[in-house]
Design a protein around this ligand. Structure first.
Ligand code: ATP
Length: 297
Protein backbone atom coordinates (compact mmCIF):
# COMPACT_ATOMS: atom_id res chain seq x y z
CA UNK A 1 0.00 0.00 0.00
CA UNK A 2 1.10 3.54 -0.67
CA UNK A 3 1.37 5.87 2.31
CA UNK A 4 0.03 8.71 0.16
CA UNK A 5 -1.52 8.59 -3.27
CA UNK A 6 -2.09 11.71 -5.37
CA UNK A 7 -4.18 10.84 -8.42
CA UNK A 8 -4.65 13.51 -11.12
CA UNK A 9 -5.06 16.24 -8.52
CA UNK A 10 -6.34 19.55 -9.88
CA UNK A 11 -6.76 22.77 -7.89
CA UNK A 12 -8.11 25.92 -9.47
CA UNK A 13 -8.57 29.34 -7.95
CA UNK A 14 -10.92 31.00 -10.44
CA UNK A 15 -9.10 30.87 -13.77
CA UNK A 16 -5.76 30.10 -12.18
CA UNK A 17 -4.57 26.49 -11.93
CA UNK A 18 -2.42 25.95 -8.85
CA UNK A 19 -2.29 22.19 -9.58
CA UNK A 20 -2.89 20.83 -13.10
CA UNK A 21 -3.31 17.07 -12.69
CA UNK A 22 -0.58 15.92 -10.33
CA UNK A 23 -0.15 12.16 -9.83
CA UNK A 24 2.42 10.37 -7.71
CA UNK A 25 2.65 8.01 -4.76
CA UNK A 26 4.71 8.18 -1.59
CA UNK A 27 5.67 4.68 -0.42
CA UNK A 28 5.40 3.52 3.16
CA UNK A 29 8.73 4.16 4.90
CA UNK A 30 9.88 6.80 2.40
CA UNK A 31 11.74 9.91 3.50
CA UNK A 32 10.30 11.91 0.64
CA UNK A 33 11.24 15.40 -0.57
CA UNK A 34 8.70 17.57 -2.35
CA UNK A 35 10.69 20.31 -4.05
CA UNK A 36 9.81 23.24 -6.26
CA UNK A 37 10.22 26.99 -6.55
CA UNK A 38 7.88 29.46 -4.78
CA UNK A 39 4.35 29.05 -6.04
CA UNK A 40 4.89 25.55 -7.48
CA UNK A 41 1.92 24.18 -5.54
CA UNK A 42 3.61 22.30 -2.67
CA UNK A 43 1.59 23.88 0.12
CA UNK A 44 -1.62 23.52 -1.89
CA UNK A 45 -0.95 19.79 -2.27
CA UNK A 46 -0.30 19.47 1.47
CA UNK A 47 -3.44 21.46 2.35
CA UNK A 48 -5.53 19.08 0.25
CA UNK A 49 -3.82 16.14 1.93
CA UNK A 50 -4.69 17.51 5.37
CA UNK A 51 -8.27 18.35 4.43
CA UNK A 52 -7.71 22.10 4.75
CA UNK A 53 -8.42 22.67 1.05
CA UNK A 54 -10.59 20.76 -1.39
CA UNK A 55 -9.25 19.54 -4.71
CA UNK A 56 -11.12 20.77 -7.77
CA UNK A 57 -10.51 17.36 -9.33
CA UNK A 58 -8.72 14.07 -8.71
CA UNK A 59 -8.30 11.96 -5.59
CA UNK A 60 -5.94 11.94 -2.63
CA UNK A 61 -5.62 9.17 -0.05
CA UNK A 62 -3.49 8.61 3.04
CA UNK A 63 -2.83 5.02 4.16
CA UNK A 64 -5.69 3.95 1.89
CA UNK A 65 -8.19 6.49 3.26
CA UNK A 66 -9.66 9.00 0.83
CA UNK A 67 -9.20 12.51 2.25
CA UNK A 68 -12.68 13.56 1.11
CA UNK A 69 -14.94 10.53 1.60
CA UNK A 70 -13.06 9.03 4.57
CA UNK A 71 -11.91 12.29 6.14
CA UNK A 72 -11.61 11.23 9.79
CA UNK A 73 -9.48 8.17 9.15
CA UNK A 74 -7.33 10.06 6.65
CA UNK A 75 -6.84 12.93 9.11
CA UNK A 76 -5.76 10.46 11.84
CA UNK A 77 -3.17 8.90 9.59
CA UNK A 78 -1.24 12.10 9.00
CA UNK A 79 0.51 14.75 11.10
CA UNK A 80 1.18 18.02 9.32
CA UNK A 81 3.67 20.63 10.47
CA UNK A 82 2.41 23.81 8.80
CA UNK A 83 4.55 26.57 7.35
CA UNK A 84 2.82 29.19 9.48
CA UNK A 85 2.83 29.34 13.27
CA UNK A 86 -0.71 28.61 14.42
CA UNK A 87 -1.34 28.42 18.16
CA UNK A 88 -3.59 29.55 20.97
CA UNK A 89 -1.73 32.31 22.84
CA UNK A 90 -3.46 31.51 26.13
CA UNK A 91 -2.25 27.90 26.37
CA UNK A 92 1.01 26.66 27.78
CA UNK A 93 3.05 24.31 25.61
CA UNK A 94 1.79 21.23 27.47
CA UNK A 95 -1.81 22.44 27.46
CA UNK A 96 -1.75 22.92 23.73
CA UNK A 97 -0.49 19.35 23.27
CA UNK A 98 -3.13 17.95 25.64
CA UNK A 99 -5.76 19.94 23.76
CA UNK A 100 -4.53 18.61 20.43
CA UNK A 101 -4.63 15.04 21.84
CA UNK A 102 -8.26 15.64 22.83
CA UNK A 103 -9.05 16.54 19.25
CA UNK A 104 -8.05 13.00 18.30
CA UNK A 105 -9.91 11.52 21.27
CA UNK A 106 -6.71 10.56 23.12
CA UNK A 107 -7.13 10.87 26.90
CA UNK A 108 -4.05 9.22 28.41
CA UNK A 109 -1.33 10.64 26.22
CA UNK A 110 1.00 12.10 28.87
CA UNK A 111 3.88 9.65 28.42
CA UNK A 112 4.04 10.26 24.69
CA UNK A 113 3.72 14.04 25.19
CA UNK A 114 6.67 13.91 27.62
CA UNK A 115 8.68 11.95 25.10
CA UNK A 116 7.96 14.43 22.30
CA UNK A 117 8.82 17.39 24.56
CA UNK A 118 12.09 15.73 25.52
CA UNK A 119 13.05 14.89 21.94
CA UNK A 120 12.37 18.40 20.72
CA UNK A 121 14.21 20.10 23.59
CA UNK A 122 10.97 21.56 24.94
CA UNK A 123 10.86 20.01 28.42
CA UNK A 124 12.07 23.18 30.16
CA UNK A 125 9.41 25.20 28.33
CA UNK A 126 6.51 22.79 28.96
CA UNK A 127 4.68 25.19 31.27
CA UNK A 128 5.62 28.40 29.48
CA UNK A 129 2.88 30.33 27.79
CA UNK A 130 2.87 29.94 24.01
CA UNK A 131 3.03 33.67 23.35
CA UNK A 132 6.14 33.97 25.55
CA UNK A 133 8.17 31.61 23.35
CA UNK A 134 10.68 32.64 20.73
CA UNK A 135 9.86 31.93 17.07
CA UNK A 136 12.13 28.87 16.98
CA UNK A 137 10.54 27.45 20.14
CA UNK A 138 7.06 28.02 18.70
CA UNK A 139 8.15 26.12 15.61
CA UNK A 140 9.20 23.18 17.81
CA UNK A 141 5.69 23.19 19.30
CA UNK A 142 4.21 23.04 15.78
CA UNK A 143 6.23 19.87 15.22
CA UNK A 144 5.14 18.47 18.60
CA UNK A 145 1.47 19.19 17.81
CA UNK A 146 1.68 17.28 14.55
CA UNK A 147 3.00 14.21 16.39
CA UNK A 148 0.63 13.89 19.38
CA UNK A 149 -1.48 11.20 17.73
CA UNK A 150 1.55 9.20 16.51
CA UNK A 151 0.57 9.45 12.86
CA UNK A 152 2.13 6.90 10.48
CA UNK A 153 2.67 9.71 7.95
CA UNK A 154 4.38 12.98 8.92
CA UNK A 155 4.47 15.98 6.60
CA UNK A 156 6.77 18.92 7.27
CA UNK A 157 6.20 22.07 5.21
CA UNK A 158 9.44 24.06 5.28
CA UNK A 159 10.13 23.22 8.92
CA UNK A 160 13.59 24.77 8.99
CA UNK A 161 12.84 28.13 7.36
CA UNK A 162 14.50 30.68 9.62
CA UNK A 163 15.46 28.34 12.44
CA UNK A 164 18.86 28.06 14.05
CA UNK A 165 21.41 25.33 13.50
CA UNK A 166 20.71 23.67 16.83
CA UNK A 167 16.99 23.20 16.16
CA UNK A 168 17.71 21.89 12.68
CA UNK A 169 20.00 19.29 14.13
CA UNK A 170 17.55 18.32 16.92
CA UNK A 171 14.68 18.20 14.48
CA UNK A 172 16.47 16.12 11.86
CA UNK A 173 17.80 13.65 14.45
CA UNK A 174 14.27 13.16 15.77
CA UNK A 175 12.61 12.92 12.35
CA UNK A 176 15.29 10.50 11.18
CA UNK A 177 14.58 8.28 14.20
CA UNK A 178 10.84 8.38 13.47
CA UNK A 179 11.60 7.34 9.89
CA UNK A 180 13.83 4.49 11.15
CA UNK A 181 10.89 3.34 13.29
CA UNK A 182 8.75 3.09 10.16
CA UNK A 183 7.04 6.48 9.90
CA UNK A 184 6.74 7.87 6.39
CA UNK A 185 8.14 11.40 6.14
CA UNK A 186 7.35 14.03 3.52
CA UNK A 187 9.39 17.18 3.56
CA UNK A 188 9.24 20.41 1.59
CA UNK A 189 12.27 22.62 1.82
CA UNK A 190 14.23 25.20 -0.12
CA UNK A 191 17.45 23.94 1.52
CA UNK A 192 18.39 21.38 -1.08
CA UNK A 193 21.37 20.09 0.87
CA UNK A 194 18.91 19.00 3.58
CA UNK A 195 16.83 17.10 1.06
CA UNK A 196 19.97 15.56 -0.43
CA UNK A 197 21.23 14.42 2.96
CA UNK A 198 17.96 13.06 4.35
CA UNK A 199 15.60 11.91 1.64
CA UNK A 200 15.49 8.70 -0.39
CA UNK A 201 12.97 9.86 -3.00
CA UNK A 202 12.47 13.24 -4.60
CA UNK A 203 9.62 14.87 -6.50
CA UNK A 204 10.00 18.20 -8.27
CA UNK A 205 7.00 20.40 -8.97
CA UNK A 206 6.81 23.51 -11.10
CA UNK A 207 3.76 25.60 -11.86
CA UNK A 208 1.40 22.93 -10.64
CA UNK A 209 2.96 20.10 -12.62
CA UNK A 210 5.22 17.21 -11.69
CA UNK A 211 8.58 17.56 -13.47
CA UNK A 212 10.43 14.65 -11.91
CA UNK A 213 9.96 11.81 -9.46
CA UNK A 214 12.97 9.63 -8.77
CA UNK A 215 15.10 7.84 -6.25
CA UNK A 216 17.66 10.29 -5.00
CA UNK A 217 20.60 8.20 -6.21
CA UNK A 218 19.14 7.81 -9.70
CA UNK A 219 18.52 11.53 -9.90
CA UNK A 220 22.01 12.42 -8.70
CA UNK A 221 23.70 9.97 -11.08
CA UNK A 222 21.56 10.62 -14.11
CA UNK A 223 23.27 13.75 -15.33
CA UNK A 224 26.44 12.97 -17.28
CA UNK A 225 27.59 16.52 -16.98
CA UNK A 226 30.27 17.39 -14.45
CA UNK A 227 31.65 20.60 -13.04
CA UNK A 228 35.32 21.32 -13.68
CA UNK A 229 36.93 23.55 -11.07
CA UNK A 230 40.18 25.14 -12.18
CA UNK A 231 42.74 27.45 -10.66
CA UNK A 232 44.62 29.18 -13.45
CA UNK A 233 47.67 31.41 -13.46
CA UNK A 234 45.97 33.79 -15.92
CA UNK A 235 42.42 34.81 -16.78
CA UNK A 236 40.23 32.26 -18.57
CA UNK A 237 40.77 32.42 -22.36
CA UNK A 238 37.82 33.96 -24.21
CA UNK A 239 37.33 30.75 -26.22
CA UNK A 240 36.28 28.96 -23.00
CA UNK A 241 33.97 31.72 -21.73
CA UNK A 242 30.80 29.97 -23.01
CA UNK A 243 31.49 27.09 -20.60
CA UNK A 244 31.87 29.32 -17.53
CA UNK A 245 29.40 28.48 -14.73
CA UNK A 246 30.76 30.70 -11.99
CA UNK A 247 33.85 32.50 -10.78
CA UNK A 248 34.86 32.44 -7.16
CA UNK A 249 37.40 31.38 -4.55
CA UNK A 250 40.20 32.44 -6.84
CA UNK A 251 39.14 29.89 -9.45
CA UNK A 252 36.65 29.23 -12.21
CA UNK A 253 34.00 26.55 -12.61
CA UNK A 254 33.31 25.26 -16.10
CA UNK A 255 30.58 22.99 -17.35
CA UNK A 256 31.91 19.65 -18.57
CA UNK A 257 29.31 18.22 -20.93
CA UNK A 258 30.98 14.83 -20.47
CA UNK A 259 34.34 13.63 -19.30
CA UNK A 260 35.65 13.65 -22.89
CA UNK A 261 35.31 17.45 -23.02
CA UNK A 262 38.18 17.65 -20.54
CA UNK A 263 40.79 17.08 -23.25
CA UNK A 264 39.35 19.86 -25.39
CA UNK A 265 39.49 22.30 -22.48
CA UNK A 266 43.05 21.38 -21.50
CA UNK A 267 44.14 21.72 -25.13
CA UNK A 268 42.56 25.18 -25.36
CA UNK A 269 44.40 26.28 -22.19
CA UNK A 270 47.68 24.93 -23.51
CA UNK A 271 47.23 26.69 -26.86
CA UNK A 272 46.88 30.00 -24.98
CA UNK A 273 49.79 29.14 -22.64
CA UNK A 274 47.55 29.34 -19.57
CA UNK A 275 48.95 27.26 -16.70
CA UNK A 276 46.73 25.09 -14.47
CA UNK A 277 47.54 25.35 -10.74
CA UNK A 278 44.78 23.09 -9.44
CA UNK A 279 42.02 20.96 -10.91
CA UNK A 280 38.96 19.20 -9.53
CA UNK A 281 36.03 17.45 -11.18
CA UNK A 282 32.75 17.39 -9.23
CA UNK A 283 29.48 15.57 -9.79
CA UNK A 284 26.45 17.84 -9.81
CA UNK A 285 24.68 18.06 -6.46
CA UNK A 286 20.93 18.23 -5.98
CA UNK A 287 20.98 22.01 -6.25
CA UNK A 288 22.73 21.88 -9.65
CA UNK A 289 20.23 19.30 -10.89
CA UNK A 290 17.28 21.27 -9.51
CA UNK A 291 18.39 24.46 -11.26
CA UNK A 292 18.95 22.57 -14.52
CA UNK A 293 15.51 20.90 -14.36
CA UNK A 294 13.73 24.14 -13.57
CA UNK A 295 15.43 25.99 -16.42
CA UNK A 296 15.01 23.21 -18.96
CA UNK A 297 11.22 23.46 -19.12
N1 ATP B 1 -6.35 30.98 -1.74
C1 ATP B 1 -5.72 31.21 -2.88
N2 ATP B 1 -6.28 31.99 -3.84
C2 ATP B 1 -5.65 32.20 -5.02
N3 ATP B 1 -4.44 31.69 -5.34
C3 ATP B 1 -3.83 30.91 -4.42
C4 ATP B 1 -4.43 30.63 -3.15
N4 ATP B 1 -3.60 29.82 -2.47
C5 ATP B 1 -2.52 29.62 -3.27
N5 ATP B 1 -2.66 30.28 -4.45
C6 ATP B 1 -1.69 30.27 -5.56
O1 ATP B 1 -1.40 28.94 -5.91
C7 ATP B 1 -0.03 28.81 -6.29
C8 ATP B 1 0.64 27.71 -5.50
O2 ATP B 1 0.84 28.16 -4.16
P1 ATP B 1 1.52 27.26 -3.05
O3 ATP B 1 1.46 28.02 -1.77
O4 ATP B 1 0.92 25.90 -3.07
O5 ATP B 1 3.01 27.19 -3.57
P2 ATP B 1 4.30 26.57 -2.84
O6 ATP B 1 4.92 25.63 -3.82
O7 ATP B 1 3.93 26.04 -1.51
O8 ATP B 1 5.23 27.85 -2.71
P3 ATP B 1 6.26 28.31 -1.53
O9 ATP B 1 7.55 27.61 -1.82
O10 ATP B 1 6.36 29.77 -1.78
O11 ATP B 1 5.65 27.95 -0.22
C9 ATP B 1 0.61 30.17 -6.09
O12 ATP B 1 0.68 30.82 -7.35
C10 ATP B 1 -0.37 30.89 -5.17
O13 ATP B 1 -0.34 32.27 -5.38
Amino acid sequence: MSAISFDRVVKRYGDFSALSGVSFDVNEGDFFALLGPNGAGKTTLISILGGLARATGGRVSVMGHDVASDYRAARRAVGIVPQELVFDPFFSVRESLVFQSGYFGLKKNDDWIDEILENLGLTAKADANMRALSGGMKRRVMVAQALVHRPPVIVLDEPTAGVDVELRQTLWDFVQRLNDQGHTIVLTTHYLEEAEALCNRIAMLKQGQLLALEDKCTLLNRGRSRTLKLRLDQPLPASLAPLLLRTGDGGVELKLADVGALETILAALKAESVGVRDIEIAKPDLEDIFVEMMNRQ
